[in-house]
Design a protein around this ligand. Structure first.
Ligand code: GLC
Length: 650
């Protein structure tokens, strides 16, 4: 959009551009800058317009984008152009992701490169490699306490290794997702160290306070993220002689985005990793980006504006790169990270579907889908050109991010119900087959979250302990049932490394003093390649899970109705054990798919006439696209065995 104030500022900026930028032929950069500048200006002005140095900061912003554009490779610029033309490319059902720790999976980046065939064997074509940036030896929060944002951690390799990996990934058409931890740095980051030594400019990169006056005001409304290990939101730094805001661990200093220098630095870092070949950047803890006294300091409007500004700037320099919002917040808040009041996504194109994840775990524990329906109905439709990451497990704990009103609406009392779920998954509940561990228990509020691997949470560990074949079968069925629901829901399914071979909890973390207090390490395994070999042994648990997932992925890729265009209808039935939704293809109405899942331990029946509108040619024989077989019918009713699913079509 053309607007005079911003346009004349843009003219001034271009006039003053550094000669080394001016002499470059960067026509496409200028076109994109012109197209986005009004929006960039408005956001930048809203956030920083009150400052005397506003124009100088705007100049730095544009020069930062231009420099990174100049250093972007021709290959990546070509990919940008292709993606601009095919802008819905990531909504396709072709993409299937996996998240992993480099060292946990393959020691280092070179090892990972040598294992790429494993992903191809399974059909995974989007890798999320968890933080690879330099972080301290002990206090690293699994890589999320970064001490150098521009360097690969030398324990896993260097930039050359990453470059080589990127080349191989591109050849194989596998997307790369990298983390940029935007909310905080390690206390060993250079900025923090300089702040400690009294550098005022660097102190301004963080929230520092000489006494408790302001911190105490903040504390009145801020929840605690790691209440057991890092209570409170501020840490006293002896050397600096000041309090510093540390919302997560006491060694993670929150960055101060009310300082434009911080914004520009972090944008530069995002563009730097985009230029190293990341297709997708996962922005960590985005809900926390703006701090305001009197608020919870989460989901503030300015946090959204910062993301919009990051997106606008990234579109100028690296328009093919997507953002993932890691915002594990209340259901109604999550969709806002696609961009509020927009038609197309204008913040992050992808967001973790933490609500679906939590609701699926509810359905497993209760063996019914009542809350799953209710919770999903409360989520607003996502924007166009936006999609979900659907996942069951990740490197973090399971938080029960379910709306209290929804819990009440299906007849449970929220506090009691949450307690039941925690007890069920952490083995307190007598009949539970789950072997999870509590995480983040807050004695003041009673809140808790859950750690544990997928297989251990659905009973595989207990079944192996008891040696009961039937229990092993049930847990394998659960693993497949849950995966079938993230593969078919709409969005990118994100598998978690090890789940494809039924990896159990790994308690070796208890022997490491830096990990022992953090039960999330129970599900951050060192991948067991010997067990993975068993995927070739017929009848082994590993083979049953791996092969089934491989098949599910292959079938998913063949079903256009599984692409994500808000083309889903939840179908609520009287039977609470069944979860049913239809996926339709707007171009080819007859090629829809009816997804049917049974969360119960007993077979359930589905009257096909009740779902006939979702199977338009319901007189034709129905087929399960996953198995390729006709499912069992009894008196015109479909029979769904315990913990099983169908992807039905005609
Ligand atoms: C994100 C990460 C989590 C980490 C936190 C603080 O939520 O996923 O592992 O502990 O940020 O950095």
């Amino acid at each position: 959009m053309y607007e005079q104030v911003s346009h004349s500022l843009l003219n001034d900026i271009l006039e003053r551009l550094n000669p080394e930028i001016k002499q470059q032929q960067i026509r496409r950069f200028y076109t994109r800058l012109g197209a986005n500048f009004y929006s960039i200006y408005s956001l930048f002005y809203f956030l920083y317009g009150g400052r005397d140095d506003f124009e100088a900061q705007a100049q730095r912003l544009v020069e930062t984008m231009a420099r990174q554009y100049i250093s972007r490779s021709d290959t990546l610029k070509q990919i940008d152009l292709e993606r601009e033309k095919d802008h819905n490319w990531f909504l396709s059902q072709q993409w299937v992701g996996m998240a992993l720790y480099t060292d946990g999976f393959a020691d280092n980046l070179k090892g990972l490169e040598s294992r790429l065939h494993y992903f191809q064997e399974l059909g995974v074509n989007m890798l999320h490699i968890m933080p690879i940036l330099q972080c301290p030896e002990g206090k690293s929060d699994g890589g999320y306490a970064v001490s150098n944002f521009r360097q690969v951690d030398d324990r896993i390799g260097d930039i050359a290794d990453l470059q080589s990996l990127v080349g191989e990934l591109q050849k194989r058409n596998i997307l790369l997702t990298l983390d940029v931890v935007v909310n905080h740095t390690s206390n060993e980051h250079e900025w923090a160290q300089r702040a400690r030594q009294g550098d005022k400019q660097c102190q301004d990169y963080f929230y520092t306070f000489p006494n408790r006056e302001i911190p105490d005001m903040f504390e009145q409304n801020m929840p605690e993220i790691f209440p057991e290990t890092s209570p409170g939101n501020f840490t006293w730094d002896e050397e600096m002689g000041k309090w510093v805001m540390t919302v997560f661990n006491d060694f993670q200093w929150d960055l101060n985005y009310s300082n434009p220098a911080v914004f520009i630095e972090m944008l530069d870092i995002i563009l730097f990793w985009s230029n190293q070949g990341a297709d997708i950047i996962r922005l960590d803890a985005v809900a926390f980006l703006w701090k305001k006294i009197g608020s919870t300091c989460q989901n503030e409007r300015e946090a959204h504006l910062i993301l919009q500004l990051l997106k606008d700037c990234c579109q100028v320099t690296a328009p093919g790169v997507l953002f993932i919002a890691e915002a594990i917040v209340a259901p109604v808040e999550i969709t806002k990270y696609f961009g509020e009041d927009a038609i197309n996504a204008k913040e992050c194109e992808i967001a973790y579907n933490a609500t679906y994840m939590a609701l699926l775990w509810d359905a497993v524990a209760t063996k019914n889908a009542r809350l799953l329906y209710r919770g999903l109905k409360s989520i607003p439709n996502k924007l166009e050109r936006a999609t979900w990451l659907n996942y069951l497990r990740c490197h973090d704990d399971i938080g029960l991010g379910i709306d209290d009103a929804d819990i009440r609406a299906v007849g449970y009392e929220p506090t009691e119900h949450r307690k039941f779920l925690i007890d069920y998954y952490t083995g307190v509940y007598a009949d539970s087959i789950a072997r999870g561990l509590p995480f983040g228990h807050n004695q003041k509020t009673g809140d808790a979250r859950i750690s544990g691997s997928l297989a251990s949470l659905v009973g595989l560990q207990a079944a192996i302990e008891s040696g009961k074949v039937e229990d092993i079968d049930n847990s394998v069925d659960h693993i497949l049932l849950l995966h079938s629901l993230i593969m078919s829901f709409g969005g990118i399914p994100l598998l978690y490394y090890g789940d494809e071979i039924g990896t159990l909890n790994d308690c070796s973390y208890l022997d490491d003093e830096h990990k022992a207090h953090d039960s999330r390490w129970a599900h951050r395994p060192n991948f067991d390649w010997d067990r993975a070999e068993l995927r070739h042994q017929s009848g082994s648990v590993e083979q049953r899970i791996f092969n089934a997932l491989k098949k599910m992925i292959a079938v998913r890729k063949e079903i256009p109705a599984f692409a994500d265009f808000n083309n889903r209808e939840l179908i609520q039935l009287d039977n609470p054990h069944l979860f049913v939704f239809s996926r339709f293809n707007l171009q080819r109405p007859s090629s829809g798919v009816l997804v049917v899942a049974n969360f119960d331990a007993h077979p359930q029946y589905l009257d096909l006439t009740a779902v006939s509108h979702a199977l338009p040619m319901h007189n034709a024989p129905i087929r399960d696209l996953y198995s390729g077989e006709m499912p069992a019918l009894f008196k015109d009713q479909l029979v769904i065995p315990p913990y099983r699913f169908y992807w039905l079509s005609e």
